[in-house]
Design a protein around this ligand. Sequence first.
Ligand SMILES: Nc1ncnc2c1ncn2[C@@H]1O[C@H](COP(=O)(O)OP(=O)(O)O)[C@@H](O)[C@H]1O
Ligand SMILES: O=C(CO)[C@@H](O)[C@@H](O)COP(=O)(O)O
Length: 562
Amino acid sequence: MTTKYTIGVDYGTESGRAVLVSLVDGKEIADHVTPYRHGVIDEELPESKIKLGYEWALQHPADYIEVLKTSIPAVLKETGINPVDVIGIGIDFTACTMLPVDQNGAPLCFNPKLKDNPHSWLKLWKHHAAQPEADKLNAIAEQRGEKFLPRYGGKISSEWMIAKVWQILNEAPEIFDQTDKFVEATDWVISQLTNNLVRNSCTAGYKSIWHKRDGYPSNDFFKALDPRLENLAETKLRGDILPLGTKAGELTKEMANAIGLNAGIAVAVGNVDAHAAVPAMGVVTPGKMVMAMGTSICHMVLGTEEKQVEGMCGVVEDGIIPGLYGYEAGQSAVGDIFGWYVDQAVPSDVKEAADKKGLNVHHYLEKEATKYQPGEIGLLALDWWNGNRSTLVDTNLSGLLVGMTLQTKPDEIYRSLLEATAFGTRKIVDAFHQNGVAVDELYVCGGLPQKNQLLLQIYADVTNRTINVADSKQTPALGAAMFAAVAAGVENGGYDTIVNAAEKMARVKEETIVPIPENVEIYEKLYQEYTKLHDYFGRGENDVMKRLKAIRPDVKETITVN
Ligand SMILES: Nc1ncnc2c1ncn2[C@@H]1O[C@H](COP(=O)(O)OP(=O)(O)O)[C@@H](O)[C@H]1O
Ligand SMILES: O=C(CO)[C@@H](O)[C@@H](O)COP(=O)(O)O
């Protein structure tokens, strides 16, 4: 039999990429990236130029289809592989990235009559403007003693489905009324490949408060939020919810022609980027935390029991690997913080020095920052440039840098920002480990581990854990391709379970990053200081960050401050 392949498509924040993967050993034969034509829409709508509010983040659904039509033919062309040997497609996505669709499954923003209303558009995961709704939702859920709340670390995030839906209802009831279904972008793209709109259990579980046995929260709960939401679960959230690894349908003729594959091949149900990365690193048992490190970090770990952990994003049975509880936590900004610094705050002489050495500014600053020992720079930062996703779950928090003097240099600030994100990860690791969800070692993938070696050493030292690094350029896409192989089934040359697929296809580098004991010791002291700042600014003792936000003239929401 000839070698069989699947294609995994990873939809990130800025771009989508297709990877053609061999089912023999998980080797990525070719990959191709398509940047989103409209990027992240956070200032004004395309064409109409209608201004968006503070902390809005939208995307254009057509950009996702363009990824399929550009990147899949590109990997086929590059490799010359016969499409007959490609037995399935899987995708993974940012989440909760959601959109309202009409009865035909078309995005409301494609409708000329509705497209000038920003709420008809697709809301990206990092759209944070639904924080008032999230706050009210959490207060009501707590008051009613809703049993779903502990499964989400005690708080539902403004990034997720119900808060976003409620914001639409509050600010654009006409869009809410005209919505047939609210869907995750990952499910919508799958529907464009198969002509079959099904939901996947991963996003339903982590992002839409759906539970395998209990379903969605009760109608009474939704009614307590707003009487108009009472029947949300059986109306606008309705639809089959299928487990990961299931076939959502088969590739339609029309789409097959557009992307150069054979009609009828298996299309796996949608998945989330970070979750797909877990089996792609061979992690199918507890104790190993997978971190998908890019603009943000998602932290994933498996467990055999359902435990309560403060501020985790969620625990979902079968949410990552069937038969185990999948735990998720995260930091809303990591690479984005370093990117912000490089774009907004690095002086021009640093840029010139980087240019002279033929390095990009990140690499230059990394090299310079490597020269310092832990503790030497005298700086400490709180990593909340995009709020805090875990463990405080508060998007109204913001960044902080302490310890600057007239001698402080840009490479020192850069190093302190790297360290701050490592301390943020340490908080998450501790929250799990101290609550009975073991985290014995770390597994990292995504763009950042390929870009910044210093960052990884700092993470090993701050967490005092060994780091395993993905041997794959596009780990979530590899995971998506593995789920495609399971959807295709062993009878077509695929696999019968994701665990079997992982055994053959997962890829991790042999060399690991090991903590350096002297660094661990110093970082332990700095971490204690980080914790003091974290609790002081994050747990209500000093709400200055929220007061500053509330004073801004462009902030319409009411922010609760102490
Ligand atoms: N050398 C570097 N060191 C640290 N961060 C970097 C470096 N180069 C780029 N970044 C940051 O990495 C992020 C992009 O990560 P990547 O994994 O490619 O993206 P995504 O999260 O969209 O998949 C950006 O936020 C960028 O600012
Ligand atoms: O929140 C999740 C997954 O639950 C991510 O999709 C989100 O953080 C975006 O990830 P990226 O930073 O684009 O890799």
